[in-house]
Design a protein around this ligand. Structure first.
Ligand code: ADP
Ligand code: MG
Length: 708
């Protein structure tokens, strides 16, 4: 099935061992930097540059800037201040400055004899003696003739422990020598015609420029990443990512999917039993899905909809169409809690129609697990809900026609590929390789610019309307010095018969610490609000315990629920009208917006209190303001993108977006449109270059996808 060679050598890549001075230890360091073949060194670009191409007169130095200076030592003293230091005075024709060493040897003290000429490089700063350089790099000059300066700007590379700049620089230089000697080839993978159309500089030219920029190179433009050579590389990288996603799409769509006709009577029965009618947006998205799954090409569709927009029922309707067509449908969620909630919803909707629903999660063990797997493989269960346990190899479906993945950003692209195999072989003896249709749902409203890149392999539907009767959540930011007032607020809400959430955010990436903090909070709140029932749910509790607490809260037995961010998705308690989020500055805007979506599900006005810990940074202040001012998930996501960057917005698992070497989706947004055009042009005009291009930029990761 797989057309792509997964580990075939690509011309232009050579083993790191061919470089002088690279043994196992150096190799390991280079690999830590993501450098696996010699060609990778060419694409390891400088973070910034130093200008060592000219000697700056002392009078021309500015505090805060780096420069090469040459002068004569006029004095040298060991100063016994608060911290012992060696202070060297230096003079050139234009002025006087000092060098200061806090760590120095006796030999160094001897070096700086009066009259010694030195050349140094460092950052000038204003110190107690006027302009000073701390620990500059320096070299004694033997005679008066002066020495040559560098011919190009000096690149400063990202590096790792045990690999100093000069060493790395020398290795990169060697890679370029290999290129010049022809022992390494660098293919220009973007055809000339396309390069001409988009006015892109050539690859070799771009790399030469960025590794060895001429003295007059515009340092600020380079620092901002706006130089044409940088844009050319960023564009090539974006192109590689897009192509890899398209390739996945093409590969999946190469397979046949079952054509699932509209479900007619069953759908009508489903709809009449619902206590509400679908919104216009739900109906529109549903018809898009329905049209897709009638085809024999596998659907790859993403449904975006703000929290509470009603994605689950849309998924259920699509699943119904699969069941009516004689196939199974599965719904996967990223957490146990959420999966379980989906299971309950689906059961509630499907069982009255005589459709059996099964449940499978990693925590399901022993007999219950075997039984669930049997129900799935024998086809007794027409609908299955579960966690990623459903992706596992030992889970066989009888005839899986549709897979729904909720909260896609927690899953990677490879899961999408893993799903392909789930449609194969059933106990009905079919050895066909039909691929299930795929429906992906997300409440993370991804800005359009990003969605295009993140989901190049998906069609997108948007549920842009909330069910009627929702009142927008009022959000306020309150300093945690006013905890007392906030507690009063909870008391008032509970006295009025409502319920409240208190959300504890993650402490330093430690689940243990976070859960401990949540326990402490539960205790203090229990004490402060003795007349009310306070519950606690956190990630380290057993699934059954969690469910028990959640159920008690849903049934109104608990007034206040202290929780870690495990309640982020899924929980639906319309009577809860107040949410306190502690240390909201620790979370992303999209996540905060999702959390807040847990309230405002009923008729009464709801509030969200962002209980921050002062002082707030300017960015944090701005971010919280976005939440106060807007209830629109898309707008919030756009602002989040501007304030934090795409990695954060999408979550680290979003393959194809994180780990960009050069491109920056915020800075290079304007390249995304051309990239889309280019992607098509490449597929049409230079199909043979697609594979090497992906490999150049995605390396091993691309190989992985090639294998599936
Ligand atoms: P999300 O899009 O966040 O997954 P859900 O599917 O959980 O949202 O739906 C949120 C709540 O809204 C659920 O209680 C669901 O039953 C309800 N709901 C869904 N669609 C409608 C509708 N058209 N009218 C009224 N309530 C609806
Ligand atoms: Mg949902």
């Amino acid at each position: 099935m797989s057309a792509a060679p997964s580990h075939a050598p690509v011309s232009g890549t050579t083993d790191l061992d061919t470089l002088k001075g690279v043994g196992p230890a150096m190799r390991e360091r280079l690999e830590r930097l993501g450098l696996q073949v010699v060609e990778d060194l060419l694409f390891h670009l400088p973070l910034r540059y130093q200008d060592r191409t000219r000697v700056t007169p002392i009078a021309g130095l500015r505090a805060g800037s780096e420069a090469v200076v040459e002068g004569e030592v006029t004095a040298s003293d060991v100063i016994q201040g608060r911290k012992r230091s060696l202070l060297v005075r230096l003079r050139d024709g234009s002025g006087i400055m000092s060098l200061r060493f806090f760590h120095f040897s006796q030999a160094q003290v001897g070096q700086f004899a009066r009259g010694t000429r030195i050349r140094l490089f460092g950052e000038a700063r204003s110190g107690s003696t006027g302009l000073e350089m701390y620990h500059p790099e320096y070299r004694l000059l033997k005679d008066d003739t002066g020495e040559e300066v560098e011919e190009t700007l000096t690149p400063i590379y990202p590096t790792t422990e045990g690999l100093a700049q000069p060493r790395l620089r020398a290795l990169i230089r060697q890679a370029f020598e290999h290129l010049d000697q022809g022992s390494l080839t660098l293919e220009e993978l973007i055809p000339d015609t396309i390069r001409a159309r988009f006015r892109l500089p050539a690859l070799r030219e771009s790399l030469d420029y960025l590794h060895f920029p001429p003295p007059e190179a515009p340092l600020e433009t380079l620092a901002d990443g706006h130089h044409p050579t940088q844009r050319r590389l960023a564009l090539e990288e974006l192109l590689a990512h897009q192509l890899s996603l398209y390739r996945i799409r093409l590969r999946i769509q190469d397979d046949a999917a079952p054509a699932l006709p509209a479900s007619g009577g069953l759908a009508t029965r489903f709809l009449t039993q619902l206590p509400f009618s679908l919104t216009g947006a739900q109906r529109r998205v549903l018809s898009e899905i329905s049209a897709d799954i009638r085809q024999t090409t596998p659907m790859l569709r993403l449904v975006q909809g703000d929290v509470g927009s009603g994605k689950t029922v849309v998924a259920a309707m699509a699943m119904l169409q699969a069941v009516a067509g004689g196939y199974q449908a599965a719904l996967m969620a990223p957490t146990e809690l959420l999966a379980e909630q989906h299971y309950k919803s689906l059961k509630g909707w499907f069982e009255p129609l005589g459709i059996e629903v099964a449940w499978l999660s990693g925590k399901l063990k022993g007999k219950a697990r075997l039984e669930a797997k049997a129900m799935i493989s024998e086809g007794r269960a027409r609908v299955v809900a579960g966690t990623h346990a459903l992706f596992q190899d030992d889970v066989h479906f009888q005839r899986l026609g549709l897979a729904v993945i909720d909260e896609q950003h927690r899953f990677g692209v490879h899961q999408r590929l893993a799903l392909r195999r789930k449609g194969e072989v059933g106990t009905d003896g079919g050895s066909s390789t039909t691929t299930p249709h795929q429906l992906i749902m997300t409440a993370t409203p991804i800005p359009r610019t990003l969605a295009m890149s993140a989901y190049a392999d998906l069609d997108v539907s948007v549920i842009d309307e909330l069910p009627p009767g929702r009142t927008p959540v009022k959000t306020v930011a309150v300093s945690d010095e006013r905890r007392g007032e906030v507690t009063e607020r909870i008391r008032n809400a509970c006295l009025a018969g409502r319920q409240a959430y208190w959300v504890c955010t993650l402490i330093e990436e430690s689940e243990v610490l976070t859960c401990q903090a949540a326990e402490v909070t539960r205790d203090t709140l229990t004490e402060a609000l003795p007349e009310f029932q306070v519950g606690l749910v956190h990630g380290r509790m057993k699934a059954a315990e969690k469910a028990e607490v959640m159920n008690a809260f849903r049934d109104g037995e608990l007034d206040l629920l202290v929780a870690t961010t495990v309640i982020e998705v899924g929980v639906d308690v319309p009577n809860a009208s107040l949410m306190i989020i502690e240390n909201p500055e620790r979370l992303g805007l999209a996540q905060l917006h999702q959390l807040r979506g847990r309230v405002g599900r009923g008729k009464v006005e709801s509030f969200c209190v962002l209980l921050y810990h002062p002082p707030l940074s300017d960015t944090s202040r701005e971010r919280l303001a976005v939440l106060r001012e807007s209830n629109d998930g898309f707008r919030i996501a756009e602002r989040d993108l501007e304030l934090r960057g795409p990695g954060e917005v999408l979550g680290t698992r979003q393959t194809g977006l994180v780990g960009m070497k050069i491109a920056d989706l915020t800075r290079d947004r304007d390249l995304l449109d051309p990239v889309r055009q280019l992607t098509r042009a490449m597929l049409d005009q230079a199909p043979a270059s697609v594979e090497p291009l992906i490999r150049r930029w995605l390396g091993e990761a691309a190989g992985q996808y090639g294998q599936v």
